[in-house]
Ligand binder design. Structure first.
Ligand SMILES: [Cu+2]
Length: 127
């Protein structure tokens, strides 16, 4: 009686072990596939989001030149222009931008390069 019970117990634990192994084997291909899908999702979502965010650079207003229609900004990286953080003078596409901000304001802005000069094409208060 006792050996038989033992055998059944061993058989059960063998089955359990097999299921455990099977479960592991089953789980193995599933989780890389899942994380892959997760990465793929990130891969499509992140560039779109960062492309939109990359357009807008961070800046802080250092100087406003209304007559010259210029704005001095200390800015973070401007990816669209491949420009590292620095303080520099920008022309503004619309002089009205200069009325929206004051020295010391944190802003988000878009800039392009036209005829060798850098120009702010969009300016908004930083969120
Ligand atoms: Cu710059």
């Amino acid at each position: 009686m006792s050996p038989r019970t033992c055998f059944v117990g061993a058989a059960l634990s063998a089955v359990a072990a097999a299921l455990l192994v099977a479960g592991t084997v089953w789980a193995q291909p599933a989780s890389p596939a899942d994380s892959h899908a997760g990465h793929a999702g990130h891969g499509t979502a992140a560039p779109a989001a960062s492309a939109a965010a990359a357009d807008l650079a961070d800046g802080e207003v250092r100087r406003i030149d209304r007559e010259g229609r210029k704005l001095t900004l200390r800015h973070g990286e401007i990816r669209s222009l491949s420009m590292p953080p620095m303080t520099m003078v920008f022309q503004v596409a619309d002089p009205a931008f200069l009325d929206r901000v004051k020295v010391g304001d944190k802003v988000r802005f878009r800039a392009d390069q036209k005829d060798g000069a850098y120009r702010v094409t969009d300016l908004q208060p930083a969120p």
